[in-house]
Write a protein that binds this ligand. Structure first.
Ligand SMILES: NC(=O)c1ccc[n+]([C@@H]2O[C@H](COP(=O)([O-])OP(=O)(O)OC[C@H]3O[C@@H](n4cnc5c(N)ncnc54)[C@H](OP(=O)(O)O)[C@@H]3O)[C@@H](O)[C@H]2O)c1
Length: 289
């Protein structure tokens, strides 16, 4: 028996259809959802991510404001721009593309974003709300993974879930979202001993290492019928690959996300969903009370 491929592109398209409809509704109420993006420096990968995010927005009717700034842009200038966007009533979401150039402080930059415009869900305020089970704007990749579980009716209550990643972007927020759904969650990282034993005990394995020279999730590391979510992306010979030995793992697992076409499109779709949520918050249509 071969497991089922989780088709992130199809699920993302269904999310985008809903977002498109919400944007149309908001426009009828006089709200024009708008995402401001900030890119500092000339990292080609970051630049193409920002361009894709803007295309996605255009596709569902969300307006964008594109701020592409030179590598030498100072912290003071960046702080002033964020203050300006925080106070701009026509802007509902603010996205700072990471990583920032080394001379800029990512934590203080992100912290400056107004929590109600924080469409990446990374400000300390929203991180705190997430840990309290009260967040409205949640980090896009974990949110997209949760949407995949939902779409494929993959139950989480009482399940053993292993997350191989402890970053602020992926592992930590996903931990909280899974806990909210009554999963039993274990977080692994580069210092964890016996990851294979941990994985063999898991109903669901989420891996987000992104470096196949350090880690590959192989079929002998999972139990029969496990669900495997591959977040990792590495570039090998100009090809994007994940952490998972997909061809062999899918023969043993019940569900596996491919790379590309799994978690990636969901992350992008969730940014759109968060932007619409932020636009709704600005009108008082959504609160967490
Ligand atoms: N598809 C998408 O939408 C999407 C979205 C976000 C991220 N990603 C991808 O996901 C990957 C992770 O992103 P990130 O921002 O979270 O990166 P990161 O901060 O570098 O996290 C990598 C994690 O992997 C752990 N790790 C490294 N080597 C390991 C090993 N040998 N065994 C077990 N764990 C190991 C690290 O542990 P330590 O903490 O101990 O260093 C860390 O927790 C990247 O490939 C990124 O491109 C994809």
């Amino acid at each position: 028996m071969t497991g089922q491929k989780i088709d992130g592109t199809t699920v993302a398209n269904s999310v985008k259809d809903l977002v498109r409809a919400s944007v149309a509704e908001l426009k009828k109420e006089g709200v024009e959802p708008c995402l401001a993006t900030i890119l500092v420096g000339d990292n080609p990968a970051s630049s193409s991510y920002v361009t894709s995010k803007q295309k996605d927005c255009a596709d569902v009717g969300i307006a964008t404001k594109d701020h592409r700034l030179p590598q030498e842009f100072t912290q003071l200038e960046l702080d002033s721009l964020i203050n300006l966007l925080n106070n701009d009533k026509t802007v509902h979401g603010i996205l700072v593309q990471l990583p920032l150039p080394k001379l800029l402080d990512e934590f203080s930059t992100i912290s400056r974003i107004s929590p109600i415009k924080d469409v990446d869900g990374l400000t300390p305020y929203n991180v705190g709300l997430l840990a309290s089970g009260r967040a409205i704007l949640k980090p896009c990749t974990p949110l997209g993974i949760m949407e995949l579980f939902d779409y494929y009716n993959i139950g989480l209550s009482g399940k053993n879930v292993i997350i191989i990643n402890r970053s602020n972007l992926v592992g930590k927020p996903l931990y909280h979202l899974l806990l909210e759904k009554n999963a039993t969650v274990t977080t692994c990282h580069s210092k964890t001993k016996n990851i294979k034993d941990q994985c063999l005990n898991a109903d669901i394995v989420v891996t987000a290492v992104g470096d196949r020279t350090r880690f590959i999730l192989t079929a002998d590391m999972i139990r029969e019928d496990a669900v495997v979510i591959d977040v990792g992306t590495s570039r090998i010979n100009d090809k994007i690959v994940g952490d998972v030995d997909y061809e062999n793992v899918i023969k043993k697992a019940s569900y596996v996300t491919p790379v590309p076409g799994g978690v990636g499109p969901m992350t992008r779709a969730m940014l759109l969903k968060n932007t619409v949520t932020a636009a709704s918050i600005s009108k008082g249509f959504v609160t967490n009370r």
